[in-house]
Write a protein that binds this ligand. Structure first.
Ligand SMILES: Cc1cc2nc3c(=O)[nH]c(=O)nc-3n(C[C@H](O)[C@H](O)[C@H](O)COP(=O)(O)O)c2cc1C
Length: 352
């Protein structure tokens, strides 16, 4: 219908209709933006843009609950609670009693994890060492005493090495500001790559460095789906909208995927984007030091594209693509946009 009208009507009328449509839409949005209730009504009645996100958040909350009893390779619940206990252990002054509210749940989750062969051994050791230290310093009453009984009967204790340590024990930094700044300057978005394979060992090495990034409650709710075969890497990159013209020469595409099953409540639904971004930045810098160039690729929240990538990567509903990343050896003669950067003059607001 739209195409027929476009052919029948003169161009000037078509332009006026478009302009009118945009104006009406704008007035409409102005009205519905007046309150939270009206905004929700707008998205309920006129736009399904957030529907997938709503469902993913709910599916994530359900999956979080299930990890209490059925742990796979890693448990967000266990990671979060062990992290909270570590914070209690380093508190100044340390309290005699802490973590009462969730120690039972933590030991239950730990016990369940111990029963699975698939669970990451380092994660289990971290949990075990911290729990052992915790029970050696807290007063045993009520929930803590009960949790200790369950814990004690479940495991053999080894030397404690995955436990809090002192700031002075950190390795000394051997990177100067100038060296770091040079690395930042070298990391530019590269879109033209040599036709050369990217060694998977280097990608994994960089991922291990990236995983040192901070993450909320140390949950690290992300994974790197690596497609390291030029044709397939191109096909994946083409699912995004911003790769027109250069997708064909991408050697390796990484999809950074966030996992909403790491959270029991909606308030943390944005953390997958924050944690993934922090790790992705570290990944890009790590790859740069290994001689590999990168380009971040925006992942748009467009239903058709979401469906396509969900099926390609076999993603459950609680996992969401955060962004894509092209990786490869840069063509020496390939162009780099200047991309002027804002400075402190624009970026800093001093608040008194
Ligand atoms: C989240 C994000 C999404 C991006 N998406 C695209 C994209 O789809 N296509 C593209 O060519 N570049 C993309 N870029 C690269 C930016 O254009 C680039 O980072 C910016 O222009 C600054 O240049 P620089 O990375 O060389 O400093 C993206 C960057 C980020 C951080």
């Amino acid at each position: 219908m739209r195409k027929v009208l476009k052919k029948l009507l003169p161009n000037s009328i078509v332009s006026k209709i478009y302009a009118l449509k945009i104006e009406i839409n704008f007035q409409f949005i102005k009205l519905f933006a007046k309150s939270d209730f009206l905004s929700s009504l707008y998205y309920l009645l006129f736009s399904s843009s957030f529907s997938r996100e709503h469902r993913s958040v709910l599916k994530g909350r359900l999956a979080y609950k299930q990890t209490l009893l059925l742990v796979d390779k890693s448990s967000a619940l266990l990671r979060r609670n062990i992290h909270r206990i570590e914070k209690g252990l380093i508190m100044q002054p340390r309290r005699d009693v802490f973590a009462e509210a969730y120690i039972g749940e933590t030991v239950k989750c730990y016990t369940s994890a111990m029963e699975q062969t698939s669970v990451c051994t380092e994660e289990l050791k971290w949990a075990q060492d911290v729990l052992t230290l915790y029970f050696s310093v807290v007063s045993h009453h009520g929930a803590i005493a009960k949790a200790f009984e369950d814990y004690n009967s479940e495991c053999e204790h080894s030397a404690l090495s995955y436990v809090p340590y002192k700031y002075k024990d950190l390795p000394p930094s051997c990177v100067t500001f100038e060296q770091l700044e040079t690395l930042y300057k070298r990391r530019r978005s590269v879109r033209w790559f040599e036709n050369k394979e990217v060694p998977i060992a280097l990608l994994k090495q960089a991922v291990n460095a990236a995983s040192l990034a901070p993450s909320a409650c140390n949950r690290q709710p992300y994974e790197f789906y690596i497609v390291n075969e030029s044709g397939k890497a191109t096909a994946l990159a083409e699912l995004a909208m911003g790769t027109a013209g250069f997708a064909k020469n991408i050697q390796c595409t990484i999809a950074i995927v966030g996992d909403l099953s790491a959270y029991p409540a909606e308030r943390d639904r944005h953390v997958i984007y924050i944690d993934s971004s922090l790790a992705s930045m570290q990944l890009m810098l790590a790859l740069e030091t290994l001689g590999l160039a990168t380009c971040s690729i925006n992942w748009p929240d467009v239903e058709g594209r979401e469906k396509a990538i969900e099926s390609k990567l076999e993603l459950p509903k609680h996992k969401r693509v955060i962004m894509l990343m092209a990786v490869g050896y840069a063509q020496k003669e390939g162009g780099i946009p200047f991309s002027q950067k804002k400075s402190d003059k624009l970026l800093v607001k001093e608040i008194s």
